[in-house]
Design a protein. Structure first.
Length: 350
């Protein structure tokens, strides 16, 4: 575990720093040297009280996000604790931010850890994770649609911005529909898995013994669809996960809002929700950049600027927000990895 963690950080951290450098170049070319100095001065004026609450808000968001997953697992008879769910979510965030395959690598690590430390088929664990992902994406999509309507009515954006919003909404909705379709279509997922295994067999030319893998995959798929059936036929089981997911969304948005309060700049809630929703939707796209550092800063700064926020304020708010919502989650994830490592050394059941 220690060796893998060091390799992960050795590869990811330099790319994160390169991303920050790209953002600095972006500010230089669009704002000039004077703007860079103004951004640094603006960062120093952030109210420490309100900014510290933003970090608390991020922790609460992760806690309620973990609670939604914990409730889904409980409905599927997966015996675990909220503390373990919280730790694995933090580790999933850590892997997501360092491995350039956003939302894929983190979910895989959560599935692996929970399957390894519970006495249920991994298919049920995957069912809880996929259901949780669909639920969270749906909440984000709802916020994106509502904030987009307010934004379009108030600002009357040009066609290019309107097309970008429509594209983001469409891609998010398409992702939800695709995940939902594959979750309920057992025969389709079986065909996909069999095709992948057959392709692997052809590539390996018989060197890989895939018979046992095919059998395990079929058992996992059966458990996965059984888990999905349990959740879809029992709507009451989704009540608390929905409430927790909306609450997690609220606290995450609140962190964005508190950043603007800390730098004493007034921006409408609909504009903040719009930027938040677009950034979260884009973060689900594996673009090959750890934490989307550089890319996401440019997107957020540009969106704030298009909303009428001065570029100095936009850049300062973006940097403060990313520290609270990205770099802080990276630290929490590292701490969770350390904690599990210590638990193993002490003889814990991790």
């Amino acid at each position: 575990m220690i060796t893998e963690k060091r390799q992960l950080m050795k590869r990811g951290i330099p790319l994160l720093l390169i991303g920050l450098l790209v953002f600095v170049f972006y500010l230089y070319f669009f704002g000039g040297i004077a703007s860079l100095g103004d951004v640094a001065k603006k960062l120093q004026t952030a109210n420490p009280f309100y900014y510290s609450i933003a970090f608390v808000s991020v922790i609460l968001s992760i806690l309620f996000y973990s609670s939604a997953w914990h409730r889904l697992m409980k409905s599927l008879s997966i015996e675990t604790t909220l503390r373990k769910a919280f730790l694995y979510v933090c580790i999933g965030n850590f892997v997501d931010l360092l491995v350039p395959a956003e939302s894929v690598s983190g979910e895989a690590s959560k599935a692996y850890l929970m399957s390894k430390n519970s006495n249920v088929n991994s298919g049920k664990v995957v069912a809880s994770i996929v259901s949780h992902r669909i639920l969270s994406m749906t909440v984000t999509l709802g916020g994106l649609i509502i904030s987009s309507v307010f934004f379009i009515v108030k600002y009357r954006p040009p066609g290019l911005i309107l097309d970008f919003i429509i594209l983001t909404v469409s891609c998010t909705a398409l992702s939800i529909i695709l995940l939902g379709y594959l979750s309920v279509r057992e025969e389709t997922t079986k065909k996909i898995v069999n095709w992948v295994i057959s392709l692997a067999a052809r590539i390996s030319r018989g060197r890989w013994k895939l018979t046992s893998l095919r059998s395990k995959a079929q058992k996992m798929l059966k458990a996965f669809h059984q888990g999905i059936d349990i959740l879809t036929t029992n709507p009451r089981a989704l009540v608390w996960p929905v409430i927790f997911s909306i609450t997690a969304w609220f606290f995450h948005v609140l962190a964005f809002f508190l950043v603007f309060i800390s730098i004493d700049f007034e921006l409408s809630l609909s504009a903040i929700v719009l930027v938040y929703s677009i950034s979260v939707s884009l973060s689900g796209i594996p673009i090959g950049i750890p934490g989307e550092v550089g890319f996401m800063e440019i997107v957020m700064t540009t969106l704030y600027t298009l909303l009428g926020v001065p570029i100095v304020i936009s850049a300062a708010a973006t940097l403060l927000t990313r520290v609270a919502t990205m770099w802080f989650r990276l630290v929490l994830g590292y701490a969770a990895v350390q904690w599990i490592g210590i638990s193993v050394l002490l003889g814990g059941k991790q």
